[in-house]
Write a protein that binds this ligand. Structure first.
Ligand SMILES: Nc1ncnc2c1ncn2[C@@H]1O[C@H](COP(=O)(O)OP(=O)(O)OP(=O)(O)O)[C@@H](O)[C@H]1O
Ligand SMILES: Cc1ncc(CO)c(N)n1
Ligand SMILES: [Mg+2]
Length: 553
């Protein structure tokens, strides 16, 4: 569907289309349009997953959600007791009622209980254009219940031979996978969990993050624009790792694995949040990152709530209404895994190699930089602001945060994602008051006391170094690996280390396996080189290898 180029020219970005579309609707009605997701999914009586999760997610994200119900399930925290599929022609009627009347931005599909319902959805999408399609190929719930084959669910529940039951399951999954082969090429993103990815690929074994990458690539070949293989159910993994693949680049999206039984409906929530963010105009990778953070925040917020007596409870989607918004917004804006490959710019180096700041930043991001800090020491404020705005366009289009070094005024004026301050700049607590709860604040710290102050002041992360000696910063004492370890172990905050890091020593730093050391910050190793893209790729690959070998230890 590629953002449904039927209505509007394909040369426009999704965001531009949204603006054009909104103004059209406003002209027609004289009112404001609200981003709109249509959820085509099953009802969950326990209200943790399905349609109910989609409604709550969209409400929490400020997006309107209409609903086409494909099945009604009798379901609770123990499992799925029964499924009643809505007749296909009635699904078709619901689709027509909504799509013929309302301006839907994004369709999100969940449980599609039969091949007939998939076909009905395909027909509606051919008739009524929307701008993006998010396909969550719901087949098997985390509780192990089959959701895509209600006609055989009853067969399953009868005491039949295990092998016969297994054959039934395989045949239904293959049938649905086949019909989804028609749905997948229409999808802007498909979001299978491990079992669903395996089923869609004919039952291949998926046991590691490397297997998830292979699966993402194979699924991409079936036609969707983007693939997100979700690792919530990956056995033995410490983090919650999802693999995003856009046909060109892989992104390993990590968040901490929240220790909770309340994970029922995470998949539906993630997909509907992606749909909601797309409806607001976000680019795909940004939408996925925001959605992952939303799920993580909601799980953390709800980790101790008790609903039902089963093994997998629901969580609270509307935490924002209760949580005084601070903790939610702050977490929403910052993910510690963004510190993994932290690129710090230097205009002197770019001049030396004859390239603009924006080009240098774009190359670093393409090479795998996960966050960018704009560091301009001897530049006029006006020029700094212009550079920040241009770099922000590049960063936003890739879902990579942009921080401004030292200058809170420039961060505010450019609406950058945050600042990084040193010990002689504005204290973190003042920066937090000026910037508000949503912006990211990082503080350079060499000592345990400084790290403690940064945490009290409301910083999101610490930059700790110089770990090795460097030419980039004069009069900067080196603290070494031991100094780094001391600060890390005394701090609750995530840490990125800086100072003289390059391809020859980055591995050593990451292999230390310090839990809150989330990445390395580099200047010369990327920007004082002829080919920024190649250097960033090299360092990214090296860091990936080092961090996976440290996790295996
Ligand atoms: N305990 C957890 N802590 C943090 N994130 C989690 C946790 N469990 C799952 N996630 C995240 O939630 C999202 C959904 O992943 P998951 O693999 O659980 O999907 P699913 O199996 O389709 O969900 P469902 O429970 O609705 O069937 C992913 O981004 C995953 O990384
Ligand atoms: C209705 C419904 N859709 C999706 C899921 C997957 O979590 C579920 N358990 N129930
Ligand atoms: Mg799951």
């Amino acid at each position: 569907m590629a953002y449904g180029g039927v209505i509007l020219s394909n040369s426009l970005s999704f965001y531009q289309k949204r603006i054009v579309m909104s103004s059209r609707v406003q002209e027609k009605n004289g009112g404001a349009s609200i981003p709109h997701v249509l959820s085509v999914a099953g009802s969950d009586s326990g209200a943790g997953a399905g349609i109910q999760a989609d409604l709550k997610t969209c409400a929490a994200r400020g997006v309107y959600c209409s609903t086409v119900i494909t099945a009604v399930t009798a379901q609770n925290t123990v499992g799925v007791q029964s499924v009643h599929a809505v007749p296909e022609d009635f699904v078709a009627q619901q689709l027509k009622s909504v799509l013929s009347d309302m301006q839907v931005d994004v369709v999100k599909s969940g449980m599609l209980p039969s091949v007939g319902v998939v076909k009905v959805l395909l027909q509606s999408l051919a008739e009524f254009s929307v701008r993006a399609l998010v396909v969550d190929p719901v087949m098997v719930s985390t509780s192990g219940d089959v959701l895509a084959g209600p006609s055989i669910l009853s067969t399953f529940r009868q005491p039949i031979a295990a092998s016969a039951g297994y054959l039934c399951l395989i045949s239904v999954i293959i049938l649905l996978a086949k019909s989804k082969e028609e749905l997948l090429p229409m999808a802007d993103i498909v979001t299978p969990n491990i079992k669903e990815a395996s089923a869609l690929l004919g039952g291949i074994r998926l046991e590691t993050v490397a297997d998830m990458r292979t699966a993402a690539e194979l699924l991409h070949a079936l036609g969707p624009r983007n693939v997100l293989v979700k690792g919530g159910d990956l056995p033995g993994s410490l983090d919650a790792v999802d693999i995003f693949f856009n046909g060109e680049h892989f992104y390993e999206l990590r968040s901490s694995r929240i220790k909770t039984h309340n994970t029922h409906g995470t998949g539906c929530t993630l997909a509907s949040c992606i749909a909601a963010e797309l409806a607001k105009g976000s680019p795909m990778l940004t939408a996925v990152r925001v959605a992952k953070r939303y799920v993580e925040t909601a799980l953390e917020y709800s980790k101790d709530i008790l609903i039902g007596n089963g093994i997998q409870g629901p969580f609270d989607h509307l935490l924002k209404l209760k949580s005084g918004s601070h903790s939610f917004r702050r977490k929403d804006a910052f993910n510690p895994s963004d510190l993994f490959l932290y690129a710090v710019t230097d205009s002197g180096m770019n001049k030396k190699w004859g390239r603009s700041m924006v080009d240098a930043v774009a190359e670093a991001i393409q090479g795998g930089a996960t966050i960018v800090q704009l560091r301009e020491k001897d530049v006029e404020t006006r020029d700094f602001l212009e550079t920040a705005k241009s770099c922000l366009v590049v960063c936003r289009s890739h879902g990579v945060p942009l921080l401004i070094n030292d200058r809170i005024d420039v961060a505010l004026a450019s609406d950058a994602d945050g600042v990084h301050v040193g010990q002689s700049d504005m204290p973190a607590t003042v920066a937090r008051t000026l910037l508000g709860p949503e912006k990211i604040i990082g503080v350079s710290c060499k000592t345990v006391e400084q790290a403690q102050q940064a945490w009290i002041g409301g910083a999101d992360y610490i930059g700790c170094g110089g770990v090795y000696s460097t030419n980039t910063k004069a009069n900067n004492p080196t603290i070494g690996l031991d100094g780094l370890k001391t600060v890390c172990s005394a701090s609750k905050l995530p840490v990125v280390t800086i100072g003289g890091i390059n391809a020859s020593n980055a591995g050593t730093v990451m292999e230390m396996g310090v839990p809150n050391l989330k990445g390395v910050a580099v200047v010369s190793a990327l920007f004082d080189r002829e080919n920024v893209l190649a250097e960033t790729k090299k360092l990214h690959a090296l860091l990936m290898e080092a961090s996976s070998s440290s996790k295996m230890q």
